[in-house]
Write a protein of this length. Structure first.
Length: 147
C-alpha cells in the first residue's frame, strides 16, 4: 500500500487559503474542486472550521468584493464540507497551537481540527506546512488573495 493509498481515507481539513483559492478561481482551485468531487463520489470526509469560514468571507470581501464573499457563503450549504464549530476544548487546542507555533490564529483552528480528526490540512499556506504539526496537502503557489 502506498502512502497516498493509506491516507486516502483520512479526513481533509479545508483551510481559508484553499477555500479562497476555490472561491476566487485562483491557483489551487481545481485541486479543491477535485476534493469536492471525491467527497461526493467516494465519501472523502471534508471539514472546515467555522473560524476559517469567517476568515474566507472577510478576506474575499476585503480584497476582492462583497458580492464574491456572499457568493461563497451562499454556496457553502451545497458543498460536501462539514462545518465544525469548536467547543471550549477545540478553542483551547487551537490556542495551544497558536501559543507554541508561528501561525495565524485562524490557521491554528485548521491545525487543531486536523489533529482532532486525524487528518491533513488542504492549504497553500506555508505557515501550516512549516509548523509540521499535521500533514499538509500542498496546493502550491499562493493565490493573489492571500490570508
Amino acid at each position: 500500500m502506498t502512502k497516498r493509498e493509506s491516507e486516502a481515507g483520512k479526513p481533509k481539513i479545508i483551510d481559508s487559503w484553499a477555500m479562497i483559492a476555490w472561491a476566487a478561481e485562483e491557483p489551487g482551485a481545481s485541486a479543491v474542486q477535485d476534493l469536492f468531487e471525491r467527497a461526493e463520489s467516494d465519501g472523502l470526509q471534508l471539514f472546515m472550521s467555522v473560524l476559517n469560514v469567517g476568515a474566507t468571507f472577510y478576506i474575499l470581501a476585503k480584497r476582492r468584493n462583497a458580492a464574491l464573499a456572499e457568493q461563497f457563503l451562499n454556496s457553502l450549504p451545497s458543498l460536501p464540507i462539514r462545518i465544525d464549530v469548536p467547543d471550549q476544548d477545540g478553542v483551547m487546542a487551537a490556542a495551544r497551537v497558536k501559543a507554541s507555533h508561528t501561525v495565524a490564529y485562524g490557521d491554528s483552528f485548521a491545525i487543531a481540527l486536523a489533529q482532532a480528526k486525524g487528518g491533513s490540512v488542504v492549504t497553500g499556506d506555508d505557515e501550516i506546512r512549516r509548523c509540521a504539526l499535521v500533514p499538509a496537502d500542498w496546493l502550491g503557489d499562493q493565490p493573489s488573495v492571500s490570508a
